[in-house]
Design a protein around this ligand. Structure first.
Ligand code: ADP
Length: 493
């Protein structure tokens, strides 16, 4: 068996990649599926669409690769996290659409948790902050939406799952109801210190324990695909939430290693090893994929506006034609000429936590032109990332040894190089930027012995480019204090 099948169940599309032993991509298939917006702020998906799209891309990738199930050693799954699905264990029918992580319908429920004094308890048990993102309030909402649903749940007829559980259940023909530690840690129902569903939290949200999936290590045997799915059974040997899969796919196997995905927003995860670190700066504590398949821990933080600032320059200001052009413009000037851009379009997250802050471009003089502003926007992505890295350093007491980068804006060499300088870290940009899919493949491939160990896997991972810091300490601190002064000007707190 020569291949690993990696499935990435994303928020807007399903993707299947088939990797060979040396991590060459043998085939890829991707397809978007329907997003449903029933009301302002509500986001749903049809679990049937998720499953059918997944089946299509997997079969399509196999056809493109010209291989059958007998050539595939194992399947690994990475998925959009927190999205909540409830279905009937006998008929397999979902009771309603999936409530997607972005959906804000339970925001007031999350607020009630905060005002009711639950924040500290939730933080210690789950590593999370009360927010509508996580599954618990969504699941409670589903159970409360209809008396019949509540009764069937209490009678043990209904199952809960995040997207990984749903697709594992479908792939195995309804035999296996399981999730992995990383996905469980995003439900706000799982105790990340004793690795069990938390009875106290289940009671708080009035959720019958019989609905909950069994929780497995991210790497190891989940079950086998049913014959009719791919012609022959294939073992499912890996599953993880997308961000944790990306951390693993970026080979951040050691404590202190961090990955940042520069997409629309920025998603940072730091491996903190066997130790849960509870943040004083508002970061989340979450379960990561440990080196030997066992659960480990990570700190997670996000930058609300990263690549979106570049989109704004393109679409609203119209001063660049495309995102890639930002690199050449930024490099065409020596500096920003004292200009700072604080892209607080939707408020500021860690470490400022100011929802009311709004964006600003500061330090304008007659000599500031579009290249300076474009450069300031790219620098702002790096400054915001550094702000989170600094919280991670303080919270964990771990020195950050390297930053592995991916996502659309990671292609920008100016940004990567400036990030390296401003954070004083080595930056590694891998040649295969499909890190989420890679992570799922590693988990499955190591789980089934396709690869001997992580050292072997690392041997196949090539860096596209590394960036080493060369900025003097005095220059770095001048830049950072300029940035912090600019941020102070937009804060409303
Ligand atoms: P997402 O998955 O969040 O949709 P992607 O990883 O596809 O995001 O990245 C898209 C984002 O990256 C966009 O916001 C875009 O402006 C930005 N981007 C893409 N290429 C570049 C580039 N060369 N320089 C700077 N930003 C870029």
């Amino acid at each position: 068996m020569k291949f690993i099948m990696s499935i990435d169940c994303g928020t807007t599309s399903e993707r299947c990649m088939i990797f060979d032993h040396q991590l060459n991509i043998k085939a890829v298939s991707q397809r978007e599926f329907r997003q449903i917006y029933p009301k302002a702020g509500w986001v749903e998906q049809d679990p049937g669409d998720i499953w059918e799209t997944l089946l299509f891309v997997c079969r399509d990738a196999m056809a493109k690769a010209g291989i059958g199930a007998e050539a595939i050693a194992a399947v690994g799954i990475a998925n959009q996290r927190e999205t909540t699905i409830v279905w009937n264990r006998y008929t397999g029918e979902p009771v309603m659409n999936a409530i997607v992580w972005q959906c804000r319908r339970t925001a007031s429920e999350a607020e009630k948790l905060k005002s009711g004094g639950y924040s500290e308890k939730i933080k210690l048990k789950t590593g999370l902050v009360p927010d509508a993102y996580f599954s618990s309030t969504k699941l409670k909402w589903i159970l409360e939406s209809d008396e019949i649903i509540r009764k069937s749940a209490e009678n043990g007829e209904l199952l809960f799952g995040t997207v990984d559980s749903w697709v594992i259940w479908k792939l195995t023909g309804g035999k296996i109801h399981a999730t992995d530690y990383t996905n469980a840690s995003r439900t706000m129902l799982f105790n990340i210190q004793d690795f069990n569903w938390d009875d106290d939290l289940l009671r708080t949200f009035a959720i019958p324990k019989s609905m909950m999936p069994s929780v497995h290590s991210s790497s190891g045997y989940f079950g086998e695909t049913e014959d009719v799915v791919f012609g022959k059974p294939i073992p499912i040997m890996g599953a993880a939430g997308d961000q944790q899969a990306a951390l693993f796919g970026q080979c951040c196997f050691e404590p202190g290693q961090v990955k940042n995905t520069y997409g629309t927003g920025g998603f940072l995860l730091m491996n903190t090893g066997k130790r849960p670190v509870f943040s004083s700066g508002g970061l989340l504590t979450t379960i990561s994929c440990g080196n030997g398949g066992e659960p480990g821990y990570a700190l997670e933080g996000s930058v609300f506006i990263a690549g979106a600032a570049i989109q704004w320059l393109r679409d609203e200001l119209g001063i660049i034609e495309n995102a890639a052009q930002s690199e050449e413009l930024a490099m065409s000037v020596e500096d920003t000429s004292g200009c700072y851009f604080v892209p607080a379009f939707t408020g500021l997250g860690a470490p400022y936590w100011d929802q009311s802050a709004r964006g600003a471009i500061l330090g304008l003089t007659r000599g500031v032109g579009r290249s300076h502003i474009v450069r300031a926007a790219l620098e702002a992505i790096a400054f915001q990332t550094e702000d989170i890295l600094e919280v991670m350093r303080k919270d964990s007491g771990i020195n950050i040894s390297r930053l592995a980068i991916d996502g659309g804006a990671a292609q920008n060499n100016f940004l990567a190089s400036f990030q390296s300088d401003i954070s004083d870290v080595e930056i590694i940009r891998p040649s295969c930027v499909e890190t989420t899919a890679l992570g799922a493949a590693f988990l499955a491939g190591i789980g089934c012995g396709f690869w001997k160990d992580l050292d072997e896997v690392m041997g196949y991972c090539k860096a596209d480019r590394t960036f080493t810091p060369s900025m003097s300490i005095s220059k770095r601190s001048r830049f950072l204090s300029g940035w912090h002064d600019a941020v102070k000007r937009v804060l409303c707190n």
